[in-house]
Design a protein around this ligand. Structure first.
Ligand code: HEC
Length: 134
């Protein structure tokens, strides 16, 4: 958790304090991550528009991610406890091509831009904590 303080400081500095969860606190899929998916991802990953065959709507996101195979890369989308094997994290960090994936980094925006580092860190910590449906 050595990155926690600077990441939190950055979150406060940029007005994203709501995304800063204390370093040792448990990350909640429903309360911390689903709102980020709703704001930045769902409009392209929803019933009737399941880009990448991935539905990130509230009722479907967890099952679509955890232990579910990527359609592109030889990895699960989320491997509980294993950040490096979680294709979702590679898509968020823009390292997806290096693990046999394809396409764009996510969220798909033009010009390409990654999520705020504090937000990506929440996904990472949630996976490290076992990717619970919490
Ligand atoms: C503008 C539309 C758009 C937005 C916004 C978007 N996506 Fe995607 N997503 C796509 C498309 C199209 C694909 C398939 C092509 C590709 O991988 O680039 C995809 C593919 C993916 C995949 C790969 C699925 C697989 O099985 O290989 C993941 C993971 C993903 N998106 C996660 C996200 C997340 C998380 C967000 C929000 C942070 C997000 N996407 C935002 C359009 C979008």
């Amino acid at each position: 958790m050595r990155h926690a303080f600077p990441v939190c400081a950055l979150a406060f500095a940029t007005g994203l304090a709501g995304t800063c969860v204390a370093a040792d606190a448990e990350v909640s899929f429903k309360q911390d991550l689903q709102p980020l998916l709703n704001a930045q991802c769902v409009f392209c990953h929803v019933d009737g528009a399941e880009n990448g065959e991935l539905n990130l709507g509230r009722r479907k996101a967890y099952a679509a991610l955890v232990d579910a195979s990527s359609i592109d890369a030889p990895l699960p989308r989320v491997a509980p406890g294993d950040v490096d094997k979680s294709y979702l994290v590679h898509k968020l960090r823009g390292t997806h091509l290096s693990v046999g994936g394809s396409g764009n980094s996510m969220p798909m925006v033009d010009p390409p831009r990654l999520m705020d580092p504090a937000q990506i860190d929440l996904f990472v910590r949630w996976i490290e904590q076992g990717a619970q449906n919490n």
